[in-house]
Design a protein around this ligand. Structure first.
Ligand SMILES: Cc1cc2nc3c(=O)[nH]c(=O)nc-3n(C[C@H](O)[C@H](O)[C@H](O)COP(=O)(O)OP(=O)(O)OC[C@H]3O[C@@H](n4cnc5c(N)ncnc54)[C@H](O)[C@@H]3O)c2cc1C
Length: 407
């Protein structure tokens, strides 16, 4: 690796080796494509995430031949979602007995990276400072002065993507930003893990509880607690992330009770704004995948599945570019395919964010879901990308929108 030249360091250079980048690298290596993945983090690393991988995401991992990774990371099964919303409770299960998995990102991302490396991907620890594309290839400029050149560039560098920014693909800032906090807790001995992801809807924030594995691989019962908050709530808590999260947990009686005698399993992390827009997800020989391509909100817990899906779509696009060299056609196909998987997700997620901002309506909708578990289950199928929004049914949509009076 030296100064930019016509020589390529690999057919594909990937900025960001989190879930999207590592999954892409693994899939490309399986096809015999040479790939270099650059990430600024020291792995294993923590990542602020609710860590609930929905059933479709679990299937995508299995499709990548990573089913054993789910078990090796101590993936904790959950069968649905349990809402507590201003005194109203609703439990919904995934259709056909499917389960999601609570997967500690520290373990999951490291495992997928290790698989990519053993398949022959080159992993580089460096920060990407700049990216550029030209008609023949693309270049990543690294913070150590090196330049990496590939025939195709993939930006998998998360929500604050340097690749997206360098290529002028940043979209506008969100009108109302939401922020997040996340921490793990070891529960007191004998405490049971939740079998659904629990969501406690508060005023201008929600708290999510996901069962996960302990960072040291012990069998201890550990939960991840993530808070998604409006800017005002996030700022009002002040102090360090752990103090902010403590304040929100203390105000949530059922969660505070669950955490009696629990000890933190690592520090609290924060991040935001959550909403990220991209003007485009492809530019010549460059593609954006995962959060780098855009993100709505963590309220629907689908980001990891989307990261895996967009990585899979990018494998096809890379293959087409390296194969027949028709860059524009491959980019157009990628744009269309990615829009198809993203559109329903974006509508549903933004709808839920708006609902969470309106407690009166949120209570009514949760009350309806509580009375109609089959409707809840169908909604979870849409959320999981297994059913198009159009197939949800107008009658179902109307019943949901009207809600029910909380008892
Ligand atoms: C609070 C919260 C809760 C969430 N809960 C869930 C959930 O329950 N279920 C779910 O499925 N999804 C959830 N998500 C979404 C999920 O975390 C993301 O969608 C997913 O991590 C996207 O993967 P990625 O690989 O695109 O990005 P990331 O996982 O962010 O990986 C990007 C990588 O790029 C690297 N990088 C960034 N910039 C550079 C640079 N300049 N140079 C080199 N490397 C760089 C980073 O170090 C990182 O390793 C949640 C997100 C948040 C914020």
């Amino acid at each position: 690796m030296g100064a930019p030249s016509c020589a390529f360091d690999a057919e594909v250079v990937v900025a960001g080796g989190g879930l999207a980048g590592a999954a892409l690298a693994l899939a490309l290596r399986r096809q015999g494509t040479s790939v270099v993945v650059v990430d600024k983090a020291d792995f294993p690393r923590e990542k602020p995430c609710g860590e609930g991988l929905l059933p479709h995401g679990v299937a995508l991992l299995q499709g990548l031949g990573l089913g054993d990774v789910v078990d090796a990371c101590g993936g904790r099964p959950f069968r649905g979602i349990l809402y507590h919303c201003h005194g109203v409770v609703a439990a919904g299960d995934f259709a056909h007995g499917a389960t999601g998995r609570g997967l500690r990102r520290r373990l999951l991302d490291e495992s997928v990276r290790a698989r990519a490396a053993s398949a022959g991907a080159t992993l580089v620890r460096a920060r990407v400072d700049r990216a550029s594309v030209d008609p023949d290839g693309a270049t990543l400029m690294l913070d150590d002065g090196r330049a990496l050149r590939g025939r195709v560039l993939v930006g998998a560098d998360g929500p604050r993507s340097t690749v997206r920014h360098s290529l002028g693909l940043d979209g506008g800032a969100p009108r109302r930003a939401r922020f997040a906090l996340r921490r793990h807790y070891r529960l007191r001995p004998g405490a049971a893990l939740p079998d659904r992801v629990e969501v406690h809807v508060g005023h201008h924030h929600e708290l999510y509880v996901t069962p996960v594995a302990a960072a040291d691989g012990s069998g201890d019962a550990v939960i991840g607690v993530a808070a998604l908050c409006e800017r005002a709530v996030f700022a009002a808590q002040g102090g360090r992330p752990d103090e902010r999260l403590d304040a929100l947990v203390a105000a949530c009686a059922p969660l505070a009770a669950r955490l009696q005698g629990a000890v933190p399993d690592g520090p609290a992390l924060s991040c935001g704004p959550l909403r990220v827009r991209a003007r485009d997800v492809a530019q010549g020989r460059a593609l954006l995948i995962g959060d780098a391509a855009g993100y709505v909100d963590a309220i629907t817990g689908e980001g990891m599945s989307l990261a895996l899906q967009t990585a899979r779509l990018a494998v096809d696009a890379v293959g087409a570019i390296l194969g027949d060299g028709d860059v524009d056609a491959a980019a157009a196909r990628y744009r269309r395919a990615r829009a198809v998987v993203f559109r329903d997700h974006a509508v549903l997620t933004q709808g839920l964010v708006e609902l969470a901002r309106r407690p009166f309506f949120a209570r009514r909708v949760i009350a309806r879901l509580g009375r109609e578990p089959a409707l809840f289950s169908r909604l979870l199928q849409v959320n999981d990308g297994q059913l198009p929004l159009t197939a949800f049914g107008l009658g179902n949509l109307a019943r949901l929108a009207l809600g029910a009076s909380p008892r």
